[in-house]
Design a protein around this ligand. Structure first.
Ligand SMILES: NC(=O)c1ccc[n+]([C@@H]2O[C@H](COP(=O)([O-])OP(=O)(O)OC[C@H]3O[C@@H](n4cnc5c(N)ncnc54)[C@H](O)[C@@H]3O)[C@@H](O)[C@H]2O)c1
Length: 331
């Protein structure tokens, strides 16, 4: 079997995970680059992979079939343009960017390069969400009328370095809206269609050492579906619940229990469908395999470029609404 050569760009928290998980597919030879020499040395020692001190050095010294962009979001699209110019397949971490300025140029470059491009919204690989999406596709709930999402975690426990990374600054992709809520919104858009307008109330309520919002309430419309999103990043439970109400009943997804369920009008109780417990790397290995499938021309559940553009528009509209306290329409 010919191995696909993959370059990991940025070896921080998620870059190291992608490095490990692409390696674990057994379908790739993996290299890494980062501008932090100490981090690079650690990658070389831990995973015995070729490393490069910059993207330019990597591209000058070697050939890669694809790259995974794991830098902070403000440089995702400039790097994507460089890679597409080399006719490489590109996997971009979420959020796609911090604004839509380069979107038309990247769209054009994708058409020219004719390579596989996807965005790493990893919820697309969660079996309980995939199954819930298939169930929604069956039409059994009838017309979808309302969605509510409640989610959060104690972010300092999961990312103790949050003050010192991109999270602390909006212009690097930080804050709850761009960093955390974006996963949920992208999943909801994948399930029921794009958000078309929203009002966002957001504030910094608790996290020490930063001023970006850690708490968000959004009331939104996805076409004629009404939706609400509530998230905090200081709460004790690490939980995420999505309730979708249709004409004939409701569907609930509980990410923290890795399960989804249905309660139709007239039913006495929920019918649950649970997935066997997964380790966090399992989803990322599945995601890496899906990306390699995409490179091989197969269909995948991964988030495509245009879906990520829609979620990027949500992020921008939510930040604008929080700032202006106005309802924002999304084109
Ligand atoms: N899908 C997920 O679950 C998930 C989880 C965490 C982070 N992310 C996303 O991944 C991205 C990175 O997050 P992180 O937590 O790994 O950040 P991080 O700060 O831990 O790591 C980023 C790394 O990129 C390197 N870097 C920056 N610019 C570079 C460049 N031009 N060339 C090479 N290296 C460069 C930095 O030196 C750093 O090591 C963000 O967009 C974030 O939103 C996604």
């Amino acid at each position: 079997m010919t191995l696909h050569s993959i370059l990991i760009i940025g070896c921080g928290s998620i870059g190291e995970r992608h490095l490990r998980c692409f390696k674990a597919t057994g379908r790739c030879s993996v290299s890494a680059c980062d501008q932090n020499p100490a981090l690079l040395a650690a990658m070389q020692e831990r995973y015995s992979v070729p490393v490069f001190e910059s993207l330019d050095a990597a591209l000058a010294e070697s050939h890669f079939d694809a790259a995974v962009i794991c830098t902070p979001a403000h440089v995702h699209l400039p790097i994507a343009l460089t890679l597409l110019g080399k006719e490489m397949h590109v996997f971009i971490e979420k959020p796609l960017a911090i604004d839509t300025a380069l979107v038309p140029q990247v769209r054009e470059a994708i058409q020219q390069a004719r390579r596989f491009v996807a965005v790493a919204y990893v919820y697309h690989l969660m079996p309980w969400l995939l199954e819930a999406r298939n169930f929604l596709g069956s039409g059994e709930l009838g017309k979808i009328l309302h969605v509510s999402s409640t989610s959060g975690q104690h972010f300092p426990s999961f990312r103790p370095a949050y003050r010192d990374i991109y999270y602390a600054r909006h212009e690097l992709g930080g804050g709850a809206i761009q960093d955390a809520l974006t996963h949920i919104v992208n999943a909801v858009e994948w399930l029921i269609g794009p958000c078309t307008s929203l009002f966002c109330d957001a504030a910094h309520q608790s996290l020490e050492g930063v001023t970006v919002e850690d708490t968000v309430n959004v009331t939104a419309r996805h076409g004629d579906v009404l939706a609400s999103y509530a998230m905090t990043q200081f709460q004790a439970p690490n939980e995420n619940t999505l309730l979708i109400n249709g004409e004939h009943g409701s569907l609930k997804v509980e990410g923290h229990h890795q399960r989804w369920g249905v309660l139709l009008h007239g039913d006495k109780d929920w019918s649950w469908h649970a997935t066997a417990p997964l380790e966090r790397d399992d989803l990322f290995i599945a995601q890496a395999n899906a990306f390699v499938d995409g490179m091989d021309g197969k269909s995948t559940p991964l988030c495509c470029f245009e879906e990520a553009v829609r979620t990027l528009k949500f992020n921008a509209a939510a930040l604008l609404s929080a700032h202006t306290q106005q309802r924002i329409t999304i084109e």
